[in-house]
Write a protein that binds this ligand. Structure first.
Ligand code: URA
Length: 243
């Protein structure tokens, strides 16, 4: 994670960095009196400040300056993770417009019909690290199946199943039956449609899928409703580091 900068910024650049629009637009907003700093309206956008040293309101709403943003979203069904969503609305529509201006990206993808925990950030190094197979952060999925779950299915998923475009069989790190038609799988990788393809290769079919945990960060601990999102603090981010 990037440490907060102490480099002074002009107020237009400060607002721009937080996703309030183009530099020109931010200049106009400030000149029109939209920015309050430490309780005072400042209309000179050339004024230089250390961003983290002040409190701000933009159009009356509190704004916490953040060098970078790290978000958790409870992805609902019916949303696409791709940048140019085509068949369903994009996950970006669930976030404030500032996040689009900040070019917040998801860490990996969930299928349009998969729900659950999705991380997003505008920190490219963080996204790269989290998505890298070498990072080895486990992901936990709860899958609902069409056919009843059997001990043989669990054994197959644990021992590894061959997927047609994968050179080696893929196995769950751990796997347990949690209902007559539900299985919880812990995966080390994030291959395309991995849970659904592993279940299909094991002779069953996934009818619903939710990601409940990434590393040590559980969806439940965040208290989000489907479609809800929150900023992650340092302690929550530390749970995403293997170790
Ligand atoms: N595995 C899948 O099959 N789909 C997802 O969205 C995530 C993991």
């Amino acid at each position: 994670m990037t440490a907060p900068t102490t480099k002074p910024l002009t107020l237009d650049r400060l607002l721009q960095s937080q996703g309030y629009g183009t530099r020109r637009w931010c200049q106009e907003m400030i000149a029109a009196g939209a920015l309050e700093m430490d309780g005072e309206t400042i209309t000179d956008y050339r004024h230089k400040v250390r961003p983290e040293a002040h409190q701000y309101r933009v159009e009356g709403q509190p704004m916490t300056w953040r060098a970078q943003v790290y978000l958790a979203l409870y992805k609902p069904a019916g949303y696409e993770c791709s940048r140019k969503a085509s068949h369903h609305p994009g996950i970006h529509t669930l976030l404030p417009e500032q996040m689009t201006w900040r070019e917040v990206q998801p860490v990996g993808r969930l299928d349009h019909d998969t729900t659950g925990l999705l991380l997003l950030s505008d920190d490219g190094a963080f996204i790269h690290r989290q998505a890298s197979p070498r990072h080895h952060v486990s992901k936990v999925y709860l899958a609902t199946t069409q056919e009843a779950v059997t001990p043989a299915l669990v054994a197959l998923l644990l021992n590894g199943v061959k997927l047609h475009d994968e050179p080696a069989p893929l196995a769950a790190r751990s796997c347990r039956q949690v209902g007559s038609h539900q299985v919880e799988m812990v995966l080390a990788e994030g291959k395309y449609h991995q849970v659904k393809r592993m279940l299909a290769a094991a002779g069953n079919h996934c009818t619903a899928l939710i990601r409940t945990r990434i590393g040590g960060l559980t969806l439940d601990s965040l208290g989000l409703e489907p479609g809800g999102w929150c900023h992650l603090d340092a302690a929550q981010l530390a749970l995403l580091t293997p170790g």
